[in-house]
Design a protein around this ligand. Structure first.
Ligand code: CA
Length: 234
Protein backbone atom coordinates (compact mmCIF):
# COMPACT_ATOMS: atom_id res chain seq x y z
CA UNK A 1 0.00 0.00 0.00
CA UNK A 2 1.25 3.46 -0.86
CA UNK A 3 1.63 5.85 2.03
CA UNK A 4 -1.27 8.23 2.62
CA UNK A 5 -0.71 11.45 0.70
CA UNK A 6 0.77 14.31 2.69
CA UNK A 7 -1.01 17.67 2.54
CA UNK A 8 0.58 20.89 3.73
CA UNK A 9 -2.04 23.39 4.92
CA UNK A 10 -0.77 26.99 5.00
CA UNK A 11 -3.39 29.07 6.77
CA UNK A 12 -3.05 31.76 9.43
CA UNK A 13 -6.66 31.59 10.66
CA UNK A 14 -6.29 29.00 13.42
CA UNK A 15 -9.95 27.92 13.38
CA UNK A 16 -9.90 27.27 9.63
CA UNK A 17 -6.53 25.51 9.83
CA UNK A 18 -7.91 23.20 12.54
CA UNK A 19 -11.06 22.51 10.57
CA UNK A 20 -9.05 21.68 7.44
CA UNK A 21 -6.70 19.43 9.38
CA UNK A 22 -9.59 17.58 11.02
CA UNK A 23 -11.45 16.99 7.75
CA UNK A 24 -8.39 16.08 5.72
CA UNK A 25 -7.21 13.57 8.30
CA UNK A 26 -10.66 12.05 8.40
CA UNK A 27 -10.39 11.68 4.62
CA UNK A 28 -7.15 9.73 5.08
CA UNK A 29 -4.53 12.37 4.35
CA UNK A 30 -1.52 13.08 6.52
CA UNK A 31 -1.60 16.78 7.36
CA UNK A 32 1.00 19.37 8.33
CA UNK A 33 0.08 22.96 9.15
CA UNK A 34 2.07 26.17 8.71
CA UNK A 35 0.67 29.52 9.85
CA UNK A 36 2.76 32.01 7.90
CA UNK A 37 4.71 32.27 4.67
CA UNK A 38 8.15 31.69 6.18
CA UNK A 39 7.01 28.65 8.13
CA UNK A 40 5.40 27.27 4.96
CA UNK A 41 8.79 27.11 3.26
CA UNK A 42 10.39 25.38 6.25
CA UNK A 43 7.61 22.80 6.63
CA UNK A 44 7.48 22.17 2.87
CA UNK A 45 11.14 21.25 2.99
CA UNK A 46 10.66 19.04 6.06
CA UNK A 47 7.65 17.01 4.97
CA UNK A 48 7.90 17.02 1.13
CA UNK A 49 4.10 17.36 0.70
CA UNK A 50 2.20 15.73 -2.17
CA UNK A 51 -0.17 18.67 -2.26
CA UNK A 52 -0.26 22.18 -0.77
CA UNK A 53 -3.30 24.18 0.31
CA UNK A 54 -2.14 27.76 0.40
CA UNK A 55 -3.93 30.80 1.81
CA UNK A 56 -3.59 33.95 -0.33
CA UNK A 57 -3.21 36.47 2.52
CA UNK A 58 -0.56 35.35 5.00
CA UNK A 59 1.77 37.03 7.48
CA UNK A 60 5.49 37.35 6.58
CA UNK A 61 5.20 36.24 2.96
CA UNK A 62 2.01 36.31 0.87
CA UNK A 63 0.54 33.20 -0.72
CA UNK A 64 1.69 34.42 -4.12
CA UNK A 65 5.23 34.91 -2.85
CA UNK A 66 5.21 31.46 -1.20
CA UNK A 67 3.90 29.96 -4.44
CA UNK A 68 6.69 31.63 -6.40
CA UNK A 69 9.33 30.34 -3.97
CA UNK A 70 7.89 26.81 -3.99
CA UNK A 71 7.97 26.78 -7.79
CA UNK A 72 11.58 27.93 -7.77
CA UNK A 73 12.62 24.88 -5.74
CA UNK A 74 13.34 21.62 -7.47
CA UNK A 75 11.51 19.52 -4.83
CA UNK A 76 8.26 21.47 -5.02
CA UNK A 77 8.38 22.61 -8.63
CA UNK A 78 5.62 20.22 -9.67
CA UNK A 79 3.76 19.86 -6.37
CA UNK A 80 0.09 20.76 -6.89
CA UNK A 81 -0.86 23.98 -5.12
CA UNK A 82 -4.48 24.89 -4.41
CA UNK A 83 -4.86 28.53 -3.41
CA UNK A 84 -7.45 29.62 -0.85
CA UNK A 85 -8.71 33.15 -1.33
CA UNK A 86 -11.35 35.47 0.08
CA UNK A 87 -13.92 36.73 -2.45
CA UNK A 88 -12.53 40.28 -2.38
CA UNK A 89 -9.01 38.98 -3.07
CA UNK A 90 -10.09 37.08 -6.15
CA UNK A 91 -8.24 38.86 -8.90
CA UNK A 92 -7.68 38.31 -12.60
CA UNK A 93 -4.31 37.02 -11.60
CA UNK A 94 -5.67 34.14 -9.61
CA UNK A 95 -8.48 33.53 -12.10
CA UNK A 96 -5.87 33.04 -14.80
CA UNK A 97 -3.76 31.09 -12.29
CA UNK A 98 -0.61 32.84 -13.46
CA UNK A 99 0.44 32.79 -9.83
CA UNK A 100 1.85 29.28 -10.35
CA UNK A 101 -1.06 27.68 -8.49
CA UNK A 102 -2.99 24.78 -10.05
CA UNK A 103 -6.40 25.60 -8.74
CA UNK A 104 -8.10 27.91 -6.30
CA UNK A 105 -11.07 27.99 -4.00
CA UNK A 106 -12.91 31.09 -2.86
CA UNK A 107 -13.70 31.37 0.87
CA UNK A 108 -16.07 30.45 2.30
CA UNK A 109 -16.00 27.10 0.48
CA UNK A 110 -17.77 23.92 1.47
CA UNK A 111 -15.59 21.18 2.90
CA UNK A 112 -17.16 18.74 0.43
CA UNK A 113 -16.14 20.90 -2.48
CA UNK A 114 -12.59 21.19 -1.16
CA UNK A 115 -12.32 17.42 -0.68
CA UNK A 116 -13.69 16.78 -4.17
CA UNK A 117 -11.11 19.13 -5.67
CA UNK A 118 -8.31 17.46 -3.75
CA UNK A 119 -9.46 14.02 -4.85
CA UNK A 120 -9.39 15.24 -8.46
CA UNK A 121 -5.87 16.59 -7.98
CA UNK A 122 -4.73 13.34 -6.36
CA UNK A 123 -6.18 11.31 -9.23
CA UNK A 124 -4.13 13.41 -11.60
CA UNK A 125 -0.88 13.10 -9.68
CA UNK A 126 -1.24 9.49 -8.53
CA UNK A 127 -2.63 7.57 -11.46
CA UNK A 128 -2.59 3.77 -11.64
CA UNK A 129 0.79 2.10 -11.43
CA UNK A 130 0.20 0.34 -14.75
CA UNK A 131 0.52 3.65 -16.56
CA UNK A 132 3.61 5.03 -14.89
CA UNK A 133 5.18 5.88 -18.19
CA UNK A 134 3.72 7.17 -21.43
CA UNK A 135 5.67 7.05 -24.68
CA UNK A 136 4.72 8.75 -27.95
CA UNK A 137 7.30 8.92 -30.70
CA UNK A 138 10.41 10.49 -29.18
CA UNK A 139 8.53 11.85 -26.13
CA UNK A 140 8.57 10.01 -22.82
CA UNK A 141 6.52 11.11 -19.82
CA UNK A 142 7.20 9.55 -16.44
CA UNK A 143 4.32 10.10 -14.05
CA UNK A 144 6.22 8.90 -10.99
CA UNK A 145 9.32 11.05 -11.29
CA UNK A 146 7.32 13.77 -13.12
CA UNK A 147 9.95 13.87 -15.82
CA UNK A 148 9.51 14.43 -19.51
CA UNK A 149 12.11 13.69 -22.13
CA UNK A 150 12.20 14.36 -25.82
CA UNK A 151 14.79 12.49 -27.85
CA UNK A 152 16.64 11.84 -24.60
CA UNK A 153 16.72 15.53 -23.69
CA UNK A 154 15.08 16.55 -20.42
CA UNK A 155 12.06 18.85 -20.88
CA UNK A 156 11.10 21.14 -18.02
CA UNK A 157 7.38 21.69 -17.73
CA UNK A 158 5.13 23.48 -15.27
CA UNK A 159 2.46 21.35 -13.56
CA UNK A 160 -0.32 22.40 -15.91
CA UNK A 161 1.74 21.81 -19.05
CA UNK A 162 2.70 18.42 -17.63
CA UNK A 163 -0.95 17.47 -17.18
CA UNK A 164 -1.90 18.68 -20.65
CA UNK A 165 0.88 16.64 -22.21
CA UNK A 166 -0.12 13.63 -20.08
CA UNK A 167 -3.68 13.95 -21.36
CA UNK A 168 -2.68 14.39 -25.01
CA UNK A 169 -0.27 11.44 -24.78
CA UNK A 170 -3.04 9.18 -23.50
CA UNK A 171 -4.89 9.74 -26.78
CA UNK A 172 -2.39 10.49 -29.53
CA UNK A 173 -3.95 11.79 -32.72
CA UNK A 174 -7.22 12.64 -31.08
CA UNK A 175 -8.34 16.25 -31.27
CA UNK A 176 -9.46 17.90 -28.03
CA UNK A 177 -11.37 21.14 -27.91
CA UNK A 178 -10.31 23.77 -25.40
CA UNK A 179 -13.39 22.95 -23.35
CA UNK A 180 -12.51 19.25 -23.28
CA UNK A 181 -8.99 20.06 -22.17
CA UNK A 182 -10.33 22.36 -19.48
CA UNK A 183 -12.55 19.57 -18.17
CA UNK A 184 -9.85 16.93 -18.24
CA UNK A 185 -6.91 18.96 -17.05
CA UNK A 186 -8.44 21.57 -14.76
CA UNK A 187 -11.64 19.78 -13.76
CA UNK A 188 -15.19 20.63 -14.79
CA UNK A 189 -15.98 22.61 -11.64
CA UNK A 190 -13.13 25.07 -12.05
CA UNK A 191 -13.65 28.41 -13.73
CA UNK A 192 -10.86 28.94 -16.26
CA UNK A 193 -11.22 30.82 -19.51
CA UNK A 194 -10.71 28.92 -22.75
CA UNK A 195 -7.86 31.21 -23.81
CA UNK A 196 -5.91 30.01 -20.76
CA UNK A 197 -5.62 26.68 -22.59
CA UNK A 198 -3.92 28.46 -25.50
CA UNK A 199 -1.43 30.06 -23.13
CA UNK A 200 -0.47 26.72 -21.60
CA UNK A 201 -0.34 24.99 -24.99
CA UNK A 202 2.01 27.78 -26.10
CA UNK A 203 4.28 27.13 -23.13
CA UNK A 204 4.17 23.39 -23.72
CA UNK A 205 5.14 23.86 -27.37
CA UNK A 206 7.98 26.16 -26.47
CA UNK A 207 9.36 23.63 -23.99
CA UNK A 208 9.01 20.67 -26.36
CA UNK A 209 10.44 22.33 -29.44
CA UNK A 210 13.80 23.65 -28.29
CA UNK A 211 15.84 21.49 -30.67
CA UNK A 212 15.26 20.96 -34.40
CA UNK A 213 12.45 18.51 -33.73
CA UNK A 214 9.15 19.09 -35.47
CA UNK A 215 6.24 20.48 -33.47
CA UNK A 216 4.26 17.49 -32.14
CA UNK A 217 1.21 19.56 -31.22
CA UNK A 218 -1.22 20.14 -34.01
CA UNK A 219 -3.59 23.10 -33.83
CA UNK A 220 -6.85 22.23 -35.51
CA UNK A 221 -8.52 25.47 -36.49
CA UNK A 222 -11.67 26.19 -34.51
CA UNK A 223 -11.56 22.62 -33.15
CA UNK A 224 -8.66 22.37 -30.72
CA UNK A 225 -5.40 20.54 -30.27
CA UNK A 226 -3.94 17.09 -30.69
CA UNK A 227 -0.63 15.36 -30.25
CA UNK A 228 0.34 14.16 -33.66
CA UNK A 229 3.90 12.96 -34.05
CA UNK A 230 3.22 11.31 -37.40
CA UNK A 231 1.88 14.51 -38.88
CA UNK A 232 4.68 16.50 -37.33
CA UNK A 233 7.29 14.27 -38.96
CA UNK A 234 5.71 14.38 -42.39
CA1 CA B 1 -5.20 34.60 5.74
Amino acid sequence: MAKAPQVLVVEDEAALADLLKYNLEREGYRVSVATDGEEAMVVAEEVAPDLILLDWMLPKASGVEVCRRLRARQETRNTPIVMLTARDEETDRIRGLDTGADDYLVKPFSMNELLARLRAVMRRIRPGLADDKLICGDITLDRVSHRVKRAGREIHLGPTEFRILDHLMQHPGRVFSREQLLDSVWGSDVYVEARTVDVHIGRLRKALNIGDESDPIRTVRSAGYSLDLATADA
